[in-house]
Structures are given as C-alpha cells and as structure tokens.
Design a binder for this molecule. Sequence first.
Ligand SMILES: *[C@@H]1O[C@H](CO)[C@@H](O)[C@H](O)[C@H]1NC(C)=O
Ligand SMILES: *[C@@H]1O[C@H](CO)[C@@H](O)[C@H](O)[C@H]1NC(C)=O
Ligand SMILES: *[C@@H]1O[C@H](CO)[C@@H](O)[C@H](O)[C@H]1NC(C)=O
Length: 487
Amino acid sequence: MKLHLFLPILLLCLAPLAAPFTVIPSDSGLVDAPQNGPKNGARTDPREQEAVYDVMRATGNEWAAGIVDVCRGRWHGIECMPDKHGVYHVVSLSFGELSDDTAFPTCDPARSYISAAVTRLPHLRTLFFYRCFSYNPQPIPAFLGKLGSTLQTLVLRENGHVGPIPIEIGNLTRLRVLDLHKNDLNGSIPGSLGRVAGLRSLDLSGNKLTGSIPGFGFPSLSVLDLNQNLLTGLIPPSLGACLSLIKIDLSHNHLTGPIPESINRLRDLILLDLSYNGLSGPFPESLKDMISLEALVLKGNPMESVTIPDDAFAGMNVLTILVLSDMNLHGPIPESLGRLPSLRVLHLDRNRLSGSIPESFWNLRSIAELRLNDNQLTGPIPFGKETVWRMKRKLRLYNNSGLCYDAGGGFEDGSGSSHDLGIGLCDAAAARSGSARTVRHTSEGNDADGDMTRTAQASSSVGAHRRSLLVLPPFLIASIVVIPLFS
Ligand SMILES: *[C@@H]1O[C@H](CO)[C@@H](O)[C@H](O)[C@H]1NC(C)=O
Ligand SMILES: *[C@@H]1O[C@H](CO)[C@@H](O)[C@H](O)[C@H]1NC(C)=O
Ligand SMILES: *[C@@H]1O[C@H](CO)[C@@H](O)[C@H](O)[C@H]1NC(C)=O
C-alpha cells in the first residue's frame, strides 16, 4: 500500500541510480570521476568479475557469464569505478524489477539466493535486492557483515526473508541506509545496530519484530520507520537525541507508556506517526519546539481519559495534518487549535470531547477535512456556509450531543447542506437556556458505507496529503543526494 503510493516518486528517484554514470563520493582509493566505461585496455578486476558471475548465477541470471567484461557489459544494476591504475571495481549491484522502465536483473523467484560471492567484492557500496526470494524464504545471511569496510546501502525489500536480523549487521559500520521493509523477519532489533553510527535511514517496517526498540542515538538518522511490527515497551527517550530525524513512523506496534517529552527536541521532524499502539497519557504538554512538524498522527492509542493541553500545539506554523481520533480524549477542544495557520486535515473523531467548537475555528482558512463526529460536542458550529460547502462530506459532525447551525448562517435556503451534516437548526429556546437541542445524525440510515469505507477514506486522504510531505522511502535518501549532480 505504502510502496504503491510512493512508487511514482520512487521511480523518478531511481532513474539516476540506474543511470550509467552515477557519481559516488570518493573513498577507498577509487577515482571519483564520471565513468565513460573502461578505456581501451582497462578492465574489471578479474576476481571481482568471477564474484559477479557467481552472484548472477545465484539469482538465475546465467546469461551474465557470457559477458566478457562485466563493467563494460554494463547492464542496469551494476556500477563500477576505476582505481588509479585504471582497474575497474564493482561498487553497486541491484536486482529486481521495480517497473517496466527500471528493470534491474530479475531473480528467478523459486531458487534465488544471495551468494556468499558478494563478500569477494571488496569495493561494494550498494547491495539492492527487491522481491527476489519470496518463494524461497531464507534468512538474511550473516556473511553480509563481512562487507563492513565499504557497504553504505543495504536494501533487502519485500524479499520474504525469515528469521532474525543477524547481529553481524552491526559490523556494517559504514552503513547509511538499511532497508529491510516487508519481509517476515522476527526476533528483536539487534543492539549491535547501535554501532552503525552513521546511519541515515532505517526502515524495518512490515516485519514481525518483537521486543523493545533499543535506545539508539544516531546523530545522522533522518528516517526511522518501524511501522507494522510487534514491538513492545516504551518509545526510547534517546530518540530525542537523534537530532537529524525528519520522519518517525512507529505506527501499528504494541508500544506502551507515554510519548517521551524528549522528542520535543526534534526541530527538523516533519512526520511523527505513533498511531495504533497502546500509548498512555499524559498528552505531551508542549510540542511547540517541533517547528518543522507537518503531520502528527496519534490515532488509535486509547489513552486513559486524557485532555488536550491548551497550548499543546501553540506556534506550530506548518502543522498540516493532525489526527487524534480514537484516543479517549475528553474535555474541551482547545481554542489554540483554531490558530494553526497551515492546518488542512484535523481528525478529532471518536473521542469524548465536550463543550462547543471553539470560535477560533472560523480562522482555519486552509481546512479541507474536519472530523468531529462521535463526540459529545454541543452548540452552534462556527463555520460559514462556504466552508461547509467546500469541505462537503469531508466535514463530519454527526453523532454529537447537540451541535447545530445558527439561524441566519445561510444553511436554511434549501441547499440541503445541513441535512448532509446531520445537525439541525439551533433551537432558540434551548440556546437561551444554554444547551442546544440534541440532534442525531439524520442520515445515519443512508450512511450504509459504514466504517470500512470510512477507514479506507481516512487512510487514503491522509496518505494523499502525506505524499506532499516529501517523506520518501528510506533507501532513496542516498539517491536523492545524487540527483543534483545530474540536473
Ligand atoms: C563482526 O565483527 C566482529 C568483531 O567486532 C568479528 O569478531 C566477527 O567475525 C565479524 N563478523 C562478520 C560476519 O564480519
Ligand atoms: C522466527 O520464525 C521461525 C520460523 O520462520 C521460527 O522457527 C523461530 O522460532 C522464530 N523466532 C522467534 C524469535 O520468534
Ligand atoms: C456515538 O459516539 C459515541 C462516542 O462519543 C460512541 O460511543 C457511539 O457508539 C456512537 N454512536 C453511534 C450510533 O455511532
């Protein structure tokens, strides 16, 4: 699902990766210059050539053995760089069909495996296998740890890998990108990973990892994605020390305890998704130092009767998506929510919020989706007809204790919008006595689409907005860095 959403961006970014002249920062004595293919006489290191043949054979690509010089042969998925003596070394190997346009060598699904021959490629910086071993499930081989002196990017995405993440991964001390998304990995996240001090992107999402999240402190980590696992325990407060983070997704796990106040230190964080865990209160007192935060998703954490602090979101000028559904929130909606200038999506539905919708909601000029349904809200709604019309069915107010629209608000001219909202005209008498009359969701019977559709819409709309956040799949961060060199 996620990959599907990201695929267009993904392919765009992979194009440079697949292009023949990828420039990679120099180290280990290789010459940092665009390659024009081996010059006359120059050729691939013969030991590496043999290793490549073996790796290719292990994925069912026997055809490669017929290529006289693999760096000269130059299929998509191999990259080489010369050393000072003009000898070419393999720096990158990629497998798996990402799309019709970006086809690395495919793997024979029934019998492919990662050959230990990769350890005979002493200059390898990138190893990329996508959907390669699904019908031949196998553990991630411990021998990958031997690539420690050079490997920077390890992507084993949707490969059907089973068993634990080998502790030898911690030997890959130069690693920047580790992407093990959507396999069947179990066991816990190895503490040895803490040795990979330069890690920039860690994606272990979509596995069956158990145990708690180790207290890592990666100074360069920008993307942490552990969503859809079986992780337990607390969110480690040390996360607040990973000051480069721009995306944290820990959703759909079994995490407990409070949200650590230390995350407030993450001034570059754009997306924080902690939804569908078992997190408890209190609600973070203040998130105001997270000045880059665009999306905060905490839904589905049934906290024990928590109120939203008045100033929790004060000063969050770029906050665009705030999703706090299904959290057992009670008490009033803070006035300060109406002063978030960039807010486009606000979900406060299925809580026990009471009182009236703050007057400040008049100011939410960018609001495109507002869910306040299934609460105990009362009183007149502070929106004009235009706002209601603009949001259409993305404004959800049904099943509250007594929301209503004011006479003179322009709703009673037969346009039918009030009927869609499931609220009625504020009763003058009730208003005088301080309580609006109770109005049930009038279109309940028609709303046969039910919760499944609602949930699907929720995730798709949040997904759509998220896409605009430029939070890219982890393993692309490295390639993004490369892009400007080509434009
Ligand atoms: C990993 O590093 C340790 C030393 O830190 C070494 O003993 C071990 O052999 C290495 N394993 C691999 C697979 O590289
Ligand atoms: C991981 O899964 C394998 C089966 O694929 C099982 O044999 C093993 O016991 C599991 N290990 C843990 C720690 O759950
Ligand atoms: C109305 O909302 C409350 C939560 O405030 C919920 O418990 C109840 O099930 C909802 N009723 C309907 C008919 O959906």
